[in-house]
Design a protein around this ligand. Structure first.
Ligand code: FNR
Length: 409
């Protein structure tokens, strides 16, 4: 296959992936709990809106008569070739959307040769997800990227426990399961105040859909034993312990802890990349450079944490202007709904872009097939946008390809 739009094989698509229509469809398909969890934002949802509005401030300037016939959507992230600068952002408790949890999502990411992020709040085991991601490479329609070793790229997103032995255990499992890199999320030491979600209680959801990632951990099993909790007889109590003490425990870490974590991960993984996710301030991006991170994810968690916070795209602009992109790998997420959003973030200086809600909606509508359809459509849209916009490869995504209007929301 020369171009992704050829992935569109002429059969009628199973559903429309226009983002507003897709969101509406997903809402109809989800259980009440799933819907409230997926769509809840902090407070009034102003940051969520700001994320979308920030994209309107930038307009793409197409170039004509550029030879885009041999265009190349691929990019290299930490030395690994990917089909496009697009990844699956880590999203927790996937069983709330689909009974198979993270498994089909990881599989499709592998198939499409796009980086996959697994959340510590996952409802499937690290090992199972790693195997599913590998399995994706064996599927008939798997995308092959020239110059790559054909191995999938996966990131383990860490919600860091306040139990170092448990942290080490999770990181070892991730490394043993072939995860390429570690991403520490720093904006969620506790969940933001999400009115919709509070009504039905996130904790209750979690108990209902399982916490396999945690429950399968040998150190965590030891902790359960010490606390006298039998996960067979008392699955609710076991899940509650995982949530309270190890995932959403409400106690923040500070920068002093980061060198220990980086050193530990590097030792376990033999020097694999380490990133911090949730960066919005220039000073934090600079601090990430100072402490030795290989990269950051500029993200406000899709507007789910601090309501009234800066739009993530504006934060990206500030961070790039401060020169951080010249020192470490700056990636972006929050509010991305289509190819033009991805192009704008790349033109502003992001090296790579993650999407969350888009694939959640696909998973909710039609499981594995739904994720595949949404992400293949996004790839096709990106490929076509490059063709008609006059972008031959990722080096063509430069700041002068945007007309940007002042910040006056
Ligand atoms: C998230 N996100 C998230 N991030 C993370 O590091 N660990 C997690 O477990 C989750 N869980 C999660 C659940 C749901 C329902 C959503 C919507 C988001 C944040 C996610 O990784 C990413 O930052 C955003 O989703 C990106 O914004 P968009 O693409 O969803 O607009």
């Amino acid at each position: 296959r020369e171009h992704f739009w050829e992935l569109n094989d002429g059969t009628n698509p199973p559903f429309n992936t226009q983002p507003d229509k897709l969101e509406t469809l997903a809402r109809e398909c989800l259980s009440r709990n799933g819907r409230l969890y997926a769509e809840s934002n902090a407070g009034f949802g102003w940051t969520h809106q700001a994320n979308r509005q920030a994209f309107y401030r930038h307009r793409i300037i197409p170039h004509q008569l550029v030879d885009t016939n041999r265009r190349d959507t691929t990019t290299t992230l930490f030395g690994h070739k990917c089909a496009a600068p697009i990844g699956f952002a880590p999203v927790g408790i996937n069983k709330i959307y689909n009974g198979a949890g993270e498994i089909p999502v990881a599989k499709v990411a592998g198939e499409l040769m796009l980086p996959y992020g697994l959340s510590t709040a996952g409802s499937s085991s690290i090992e199972g997800v790693g195997a599913a991601n590998d399995e994706g490479r064996t599927l008939d329609k798997a995308v092959h990227v020239e110059g790559s070793d054909d191995k999938p790229i996966r990131f383990f997103q860490l919600y860091m426990p306040h139990d170092d032995e448990l942290t080490v255990s999770l990181l070892k499992r991730a490394h043993d399961s072939g995860f390429t890199a570690c991403i520490l999320t720093t904006d969620t030491w506790q969940l933001g105040w999400r009115h919709d979600d509070i009504a039905t209680s996130n904790y209750a959801f979690y108990r209902g859909v399982g916490a396999d990632l945690g429950l399968t951990d040998p150190v965590f099993q030891k902790r359960l034993e010490e606390a006298g909790i039998d996960p067979e007889k008392n699955p609710e109590g076991a899940a509650q312990k995982w949530i309270d003490e190890n995932v959403w425990h409400g106690r923040a870490f500070s920068w002093e802890k980061i060198p220990w974590l980086i050193e530990t991960w590097k030792e376990i993984s033999g020097g694999a990349p380490f990133m911090i996710k949730g960066i919005q301030a220039v000073r934090d991006a600079q601090k990430a450079v100072e402490v030795g991170c290989d990269g950051i994810v500029v993200s406000n968690h899709a507007g789910r944490q601090v309501d009234g916070a800066i739009a993530s795209l504006d934060a990206l602009e500030n961070i790039i202007d401060a020169g951080v992109g010249e020192k470490i790998v700056v990636t972006y997420d929050s509010g991305v709904r289509g190819a033009s959003d991805i192009i704008k973030a790349l033109c502003l200086g992001a090296k790579f872009v993650w999407v969350g809600r888009l694939w959640i909606w696909g998973l909710s509508v039609m499981g594995e097939q739904g994720v595949r359809h949404v992400m293949r459509s996004l790839l096709a849209e990106f490929d076509i946008a490059m063709a008609v916009g006059g972008f031959r490869n990722v080096d063509d995504f430069t700041r002068d390809r945007l007309e940007s209007y002042p910040r006056s929301y």
